[in-house]
Design a protein around this ligand. Structure first.
Ligand SMILES: Cc1cc2nc3c(=O)[nH]c(=O)nc-3n(C[C@H](O)[C@H](O)[C@H](O)COP(=O)(O)OP(=O)(O)OC[C@H]3O[C@@H](n4cnc5c(N)ncnc54)[C@H](O)[C@@H]3O)c2cc1C
Length: 315
């Protein structure tokens, strides 16, 4: 017998869809990947305090929040498998889902909530100081006390980098935007905003050679891409805004994706290009990329999957 619902991903989107689906008696089976695109629990497992998830007035540690949501899903009847999904076959029905151990599962509906991976600079010093003044999400971490009234840096030159730099001006005393070229990739309107912002200084033609600090980031070693000169920049926080990779490799081109590689969903819906397959969270969202918006779309996906099955045959 096929599963009624399989969910791929154990971040806020996948686990929220599991809570809703299990309360609707769909007995979902959820894959918690640990190699492709992160670890069980998703991106919040690599951050410290989450201050903007409703219900926690004093904030909550990312891993504690995810452990709670996971337990809630299990308490309502979600079954979990700690294995990556390596392949899917969406050309057949019921859909086929193959996991790392080689087992093939079948399902009537599928929710893909495999998230996105923030690109990071491949430097040893970055790994060492990650979470100690380095983040990949200014909207998430910019308001933390450690960054208040301090000089901060954003690394990148696209729309996200510019948005993050402008966002950080609310908290930092000054924001440097470090870009490896001599012009921004961001849209003209965003460029104008950042170029005229009194608190933002753009450092053109610069790449980060090293993040410096012992237990907390203190400065950056920047290399000029034209002269090769090195300069030190003292800052309290660095935010990498060099893009995200949506975790969609296992789909092998079977669903329509956007130009940036995110799963395309119908407007106001989580329905993908294949009937019965839904996508929730960061894997389909290049715009908000927040835990609460991921959880919200997980709720939508579960409700839509249930209605889809009912409409199809009263399953
Ligand atoms: C450093 C950092 C700090 C952040 N801080 C905050 C914050 O304070 N507040 C906030 O609201 N948001 C924050 N975010 C953003 C937030 O983490 C994401 O928006 C949210 O986690 C997205 O949820 P998701 O469920 O869509 O995906 P994810 O959390 O990315 O989870 C996806 C899951 O899918 C699994 N997976 C992937 N591929 C497979 C596969 N093939 N098979 C099985 N499983 C698979 C992964 O292992 C992972 O568990 C932060 C992000 C980062 C990077």
């Amino acid at each position: 017998m096929p599963e009624r619902l399989i969910i791929i991903g154990s971040g806020p989107a996948g686990l929220t869809s599991a809570i809703y689906a299990s309360r609707s008696k769909l007995e979902p089976l959820l894959f918690e990947g640990f190699q492709e695109g992160g670890i069980p629990g998703g991106q919040l497992m690599i951050t410290n305090v989450v201050e903007n998830f409703p219900g926690f007035p004093d904030g909550i540690h990312g891993s504690e929040l995810m452990a709670n949501i996971r337990q809630q899903a299990i308490n309502h009847g979600t079954r979990t498998i700690m294995e990556d999904v390596t392949e899917v076959n969406l050309k057949t029905y019921p859909f086929e889902i193959k996991s790392m151990s080689g087992t093939v599962y079948t399902c009537n509906t599928l929710i893909i909530a495999s998230g996105a991976t923030a690109r990071r600079l491949p430097l040893e010093s970055e790994k060492k100081l990650w979470g100690k003044g380095i983040s990949a999400c200014a909207v998430c971490d910019g308001a933390l006390p450690v960054f208040r009234n301090k000089e901060l840096a954003v690394i990148g030159g696209g729309d996200t980098a510019v948005e993050e730099a402008i966002h950080l001006t609310q908290f930092g005393s000054k924001v440097y935007l470090i870009h490896r070229r001599d012009e921004l990739r961001a849209s003209k309107i965003m460029q104008k905003r950042v170029l005229t912002h009194p608190k933002v200084q753009i450092l053109w033609n610069k790449t980060v050679d090293e993040f410096v600090g012992e237990n907390q980031l203190r400065s950056l070693k920047l290399r000029d891409t034209i002269t090769d000169e090195i300069m030190d920049l003292e800052i309290a926080g660095a935010f990498e805004a060099i893009g995200h990779n949506p975790n969609t490799k296992f789909l092998n081109g079977q669903l329509s994706l956007t130009d940036q590689g995110y799963i395309k969903t119908k407007p106001d819906s989580t329905q993908t290009s294949i009937d019965g397959v839904f996508a929730a969270g960061d894997v389909q969202d290049s715009k908000y990329r927040q835990a609460i918006s991921a959880a919200g779309s997980g709720c939508m996906a579960a409700i839509e999957a249930e209605r889809w099955m009912q409409e199809r045959s009263g399953m």
